[in-house]
Design a protein around this ligand. Structure first.
Ligand SMILES: *Cc1c(COP(=O)(O)O)cnc(C)c1O
Length: 371
């Protein structure tokens, strides 16, 4: 194969020379971290861009998740999805919380609200859903359930940068939402993350927690962590933000091209586009259905051999991993939809630098693999 391999994603990097002035500024300021000027500018710029009130930057999304659970004093049992990146459930274990897995809705790959109530026990304190692939959860139904049972809701919104419903950010729902700015995500700061919160008081507590728990020079209010974003990462975020609209637009075009090329292809199903939603085309999941000539893994490996490196997001299920599989809620019978989807899914390459000709090559490779 002469053509270069294509990977599932490629980080979006603005022109290098445009980053130099930011570095010069940092060298001049001599502030490298701890709420530096770029850190604070990025917090404000992201609030403005995303349309949210308050946001606290973090070193990465996982520490932001761990801290969000701490900030709301979540304990005992938390309802969550098995169909996600491991960090969702790991953040619970790091807080000594027992994950209770609930099955997903096959149309969105998100927590199925109709199955949440059955999983609630007197020990349940919160729901941690994921906006999988940036497709919004059924936020209204989840909030209704949370209100009835007195539960907190923390969204793992690692995939949901810039997603809007009826013009409003999906990050405004629940008690907190957590973003990831990892290199593989739609908006990246190399490593990074954030907690979106509804009020200044909560942000203040979160800011203490991400700085060891210091509320002033001499008071430590809780066993906080070091979760602060550095000035270099924040500066890169500010530069990246200048290019984000173009990057999202290009992702949208690529998704449209894929959808057109793949529609009606036997053995392949696509998730429906969510209604009244401005999505971010952060992922391009396809499902290899039962009427395909080969199973998903055969197609996945055949494509890989031809230089197309998709990813099986999310396989294996979190609930099948060694630290989770003994939980009652991890049992096979409890999660039939998640299990099925995780055996069918391939996420195809999608990123702003992907060219139309490459998309067509990926589709051709898939069509060959399906034969
Ligand atoms: C990427 C991701 C995380 C973790 O974020 P990091 O910034 O890599 O720590 C958490 N949850 C989901 C769903 C993710 O995709």
């Amino acid at each position: 194969m002469a053509s270069k391999p294509i990977f599932v994603t490629q980080p979006f990097l603005p022109p290098l020379d445009e980053f130099t002035p930011y570095l010069q500024q940092i060298w001049e300021n001599k502030v490298l971290t701890n709420n530096g000027p770029f850190h604070n500018q990025l917090e404000q710029a992201l609030c403005d861009y995303l349309g949210v009130e308050h946001l606290a930057l973090f070193t990465n999304g996982t520490l932001a998740l761990v801290t969000a659970l701490q900030a709301l004093r979540i304990r005992d049992e938390v309802i969550t999805t098995p169909y996600s990146f491991v960090a969702t459930a790991h953040s619970l274990l790091w807080n000594n919380i027992k994950p209770v897995f609930v099955d997903i809705d096959p149309r969105t790959c998100n927590l199925d609200p109709a199955r949440i109530e059955d999983a609630i026990t007197p020990k349940t304190t919160a729901i941690v859903p994921v906006h999988c692939y940036g497709n919004p959860c059924d936020v209204d139904r989840i909030q209704q359930i949370a209100d009835i049972y007195g539960l907190k809701v923390i969204y793992d919104a690692a995939h949901a940068f810039g997603v809007r419903q009826k013009g409003l950010s999906v990050l405004r729902h629940g008690d907190l939402s957590v973003l990831s700015f990892h290199a593989t995500k739609t908006f990246n700061t190399f490593e990074g993350g954030a907690i979106v919160c509804p009020d200044a008081k909560t942000k203040e507590r979160i800011d203490f927690l991400k700085n060891f728990g210091f509320s002033n020079e001499v008071t430590v209010m809780a066993p906080g962590i070091n979760g602060k974003m550095s000035e270099i990462n924040a500066a890169f975020g500010l530069l990246q933000l200048k290019y984000i609209d173009g990057a999202l637009q290009r992702r949208k075009e690529i998704e449209a091209l894929y959808r057109k090329a793949l529609s009606g292809l036997r053995g392949v199903a696509l998730l429906p586009k969510p209604e009244q939603t401005e999505t971010n085309s952060s992922y391009m999941p396809i499902l290899i259905t039962d009427d395909a000539a080969h199973d998903r893994d055969a197609i996945y490996y055949a494509m890989k051999k031809a230089g197309i490196h998709g990813r099986r997001y999310f396989y294996p299920l979190i609930s099948d991993m060694p630290m989770y599989r003994r939980l009652t809620s991890a049992k096979r019978e409890n999660l039939p939809v998640a299990r099925k989807v995780s055996q069918q899914v391939i996420c195809l390459p999608i990123y702003p630098g992907l060219e139309d000709s490459q998309v067509l090559r990926i589709v051709d490779t898939l069509v060959d693999a399906l034969k």
